[in-house]
Write a protein that binds this ligand. Structure first.
Ligand SMILES: [Zn+2]
Length: 461
């Protein structure tokens, strides 16, 4: 059996004024797509037919020309691969394109035009997907990650492929049912090790074993994609009637839990958070600059928290990583040990920030960044938007976050290695393209009414 493989993955942030261009995408073609473990061990009767697979980190909307170039190449390679028995598509599910809108809907339409209405399609999705009914209706199989922070990308992709191969061998078709509770939930409120997400996700194993069901998913959605499809969703793959009943039941569980989704850690305004961190005896205290969270599509160049720390006289403090390629170049030209006048940040997110004019001492220098000291605060500036989610990333700059009392990162929830070493963690209610205070965001396309923006007294699947 010939299974085509492809996909375009992006989490697009509509509140960003920036556009994700083609250069930001990592694009694989041909056999390079098939290097992942998920493609190994499916049997001699399975031939994967690679097309195009592209992904970029979360950021502003995808540029129209960039998207069309990837879409058209994927479609043309798909056509060239015919005849096919099925298609596996690796998607994020929260892609939005400047002049097009919902990216996955458009992609599916163009794929269907190329392969016809009947080719079985299996999808793997991020759990931060905003799913159009049209996309799910086009797929026999759709399955999403079950962990946030994400640790099961390969497992999810393998599950999608396994379900597809099993269905093809059995000579029948699965159906994916979807029910969407009208809830906007920021990713920070749905960490899957923390209630209520932990129990909801743990229950999926039970739903998976129901008669007529082969797989189920809970999709949280991406609250920073302002799309008509932004919301939570429940998916159930299997027989139509069993799937629809199961998806309704899972959706009812999401709806019932909506008020309990909350961050695992305290959320505080910048001032009170700095005061609490400075008073801490058990350190390091991690402060997440959640409004400028690059792992959810923010610019990563705001200096608001840095300025507040300097104004408060913070010491033993590390701030990573402010994106500013020009400043990195200036530091590299000046050299380690020099004093330098810099105008930091405020170039990408000009809605929420302005450049910070300061004098810094240059420390460690790398191709992709520089370590600075500004009024006793250690700052890493970088050439690209950078969430510093692993200890290795700090070590690359000769730094160990455990050596500081306060560490500021441009993420929302802490990724596992940071969570392990943080003695206390606070989500800053900081401004930016990924503002956690959804009421502050200028939604235009999200379908209303929706929790928590509107008073929704009752909803039933
Ligand atoms: Zn995600």
């Amino acid at each position: 059996m010939r299974i085509a493989v492809g996909g375009i993955r992006h989490e697009s942030n509509n509140f960003s004024s920036l556009v994700t261009n083609l250069e930001e995408f990592t694009i694989a073609r041909g056999d390079d797509i098939l290097l992942g473990e998920q493609f190994i061990g499916h049997g001699d009767d399975v031939t994967f037919v690679p097309t195009l697979s592209a992904h970029a980190p979360p950021h502003g909307l995808v540029g129209t020309d960039a998207y069309r170039a990837m879409r058209d190449e994927l479609r043309d390679r798909l056509r060239a691969g015919l005849p096919l028995d099925a298609l596996y598509l690796d998607l994020h599910g929260a892609m939005d394109v400047v002049a097009i809108g919902d990216g996955e809907s458009d992609l599916i339409r163009h794929i269907r035009a190329a392969v016809g209405p009947n080719l079985p399609i299996a999808l793997s999705l991020d759990l931060h997907a905003n799913l159009a009914p049209e996309v799910i209706a086009a797929a026999d199989i759709a399955t999403a990650y079950r962990t946030a922070p994400h640790r099961d990308g390969v497992a999810t992709r393998r599950r999608a492929i396994d379900l597809l191969v099993t269905q093809l061998r059995a000579g029948r078709r699965h159906h994916t049912a979807m029910v969407k509770p009208p809830c906007l939930i920021p990713g920070e409120y749905a960490v899957t090790d923390v209630e209520p997400a932990r129990s909801l996700y743990a229950n999926l194993d039970t739903f998976d074993r129901r008669p007529g069901i082969v797989d189920t998913s809970i999709v949280i959605g991406c609250a920073w994609t302002d799309s008509e499809y932004t919301s939570t969703a429940a998916l159930a793959v299997g027989e139509r009637a069993a799937g629809e009943a199961t998806a309704r039941e899972i959706a009812a569980g999401i709806w019932a839990a909506r008020e309990r989704f909350a961050p695992e850690v305290p959320t505080l305004a910048i001032g009170p958070a700095i005061a609490r961190a400075r008073a801490a005896t058990d350190t390091p205290v991690f402060l997440s600059d959640s409004g400028d969270n690059v792992t959810a599509g923010a610019a990563g160049d705001l200096t608001i928290v840095l300025r507040a720390l300097i104004a408060a006289g913070a010491r033993d403090t590390l701030v990573v990583g402010i994106c500013n390629p020009d400043a990195v170049a200036a530091c590299r030209a000046t050299g380690s040990g020099a004093r330098i006048s810099l105008s930091l940040g405020g170039r990408l997110d000009t809605r929420n920030g302005t450049p910070f004019d300061t004098t810094a001492t240059v420390g460690g220098l790398r191709e992709d960044g520089a370590v600075l000291t500004i009024d006793g605060v250690t700052v890493v500036i970088t050439t690209a938007r950078d969430g510093f989610i692993t200890l290795d990333r700090f070590a690359h700059f000769g730094l160990d976050p455990r050596a500081y009392r306060i560490v500021v990162v441009k993420t929302g929830y802490l990724f596992p290695e940071m969570r392990t070493i943080a003695r206390d963690a606070i989500l800053l209610l900081s401004p930016g393209f990924t503002d956690l205070d959804l009421a502050r965001l200028p939604y235009r396309r999200v379908r209303r009414p929706i929790f928590p923006l509107d008073r929704l007294l009752a909803w039933a699947p």
